[in-house]
Design a protein around this ligand. Structure first.
Ligand code: NCD
Length: 310
């Protein structure tokens, strides 16, 4: 991606190191605007279509906050219920309509590949806000921003990805990016929810150090970053299979006794039971700050794609 102007954001794999660097630096400059302490109108007159066919709190609201903070507006839906999708309208037709009403489209959809499909029907930029178990590239950018902002660098950090590595789209995108940036990886999951083979192969091809583990205790000592994820209940074909792995991991104050002093704990949220609330008060807990970071990062991205940013 040499220039961001008008580009789709479908997969984090389309981002070079230099692209990631551009977004992170632009995001840092956006923080005062995200906090309401500084005013920018770089998206004045722009309309962002936000189409969420799956539940969302942070992603949708932080996109809406981001566009509003920059003087633009968002329109869209937070569930397909109450739209013509219920009458049988295809994704292609919905995209054609929203393209006519807006300057860019943010799409979350249960089907892997939906954003790429949508981009084929739209001349306007399409941003993937999660496509089934596929990818979630803007989440990855805010995850990278959080690590970079906290640790000063991403290269050489030991990042343990914990939980549902099979169905979790956030960890799929994040692994590709961390492999690109030279982090050390640990994959901690139940045996049935391991990272997909093609992603592991990719990490191997990059020549990076990585470890596979099933128990959190095996990873906690060495981690600089613990990236915890929810077991993706909605993606299990069989509810009984979910029951077998529900509650597999729980990060609590006890476990943290073995952690590095400057370990940071991240989570894309929502959490269910995988991080005990007693962790929230510790200096390790970074997940709420991480969720805030979604605003400046999405502002930076929207500004680069639709506004005056370069
Ligand atoms: C994640 C998602 O939708 O993939 N949520 C988010 O965007 N912050 C993670 C999840 O739902 O578990």
């Amino acid at each position: 991606m040499s220039s961001f102007r008008g580009r789709d954001v479908l997969s984090i794999r389309d981002f070079s190191r230099a692209d990631i660097d551009t977004v992170l630096k632009a995001a840092r400059k956006m923080v005062p605007v995200a906090l309401g302490k500084k005013v920018s109108r770089s998206l004045e007159g722009k309309i962002l279509g936000t189409l969420f066919y799956e539940p969302s709190t942070r992603t949708r609201l932080s996109f809406e906050s981001a566009v509003s903070r920059l003087g633009g507006r968002a329109l869209g839906f937070s569930s397909a219920e109450g739209t013509s999708v219920q009458k049988g309208e295809t994704l292609a037709d919905t995209i054609r309509m929203v393209e006519a009403y807006s300057d860019g489209i943010v799409l979350r959809h249960p089907q892997e590949g939906a954003a790429r499909l949508a981009a084929g029907f739209s001349e306007k930029p399409v941003i993937n806000a999660g496509d089934g178990a596929g990818q979630h590239p803007t989440q990855t950018l805010l995850d990278l921003y959080t690590i970079w902002d906290e640790k000063g660098t991403i290269e050489g950090q030991t990042v343990a990805l914990v939980g549902d590595l099979k169905y979790g789209r956030t960890v799929h995108s994040l692994t590709y990016a961390l492999a690109e940036l030279g982090a050390n990886l640990m994959f901690v999951s139940p045996p049935t929810l391991e990272m997909p083979r093609e992603i592991i192969e990719h990490v191997k091809e990059k020549g990076l150090t990585f470890r596979l583990a099933h128990r959190l205790e095996e990873a906690i000592r060495d981690a600089d970053v613990l990236y915890v994820t929810r077991i993706q209940k909605e993606r299990f074909p069989d509810p009984q299979e979910y029951e077998k792995v529900a509650g597999s991991y729980r990060v609590d104050a006890d476990l943290l006794r073995d952690a590095k002093r400057d370990l940071i704990i991240m989570h894309p949220l929502p959490r269910v039971t995988e991080i005990s609330p007693d962790v929230d008060r510790t200096k390790h807990a970074l997940y709420f700050k991480q969720a805030f970071n979604g605003v400046p990062v999405r502002m930076a991205l929207l500004d680069l794609i639709l506004g005056g940013g370069s």
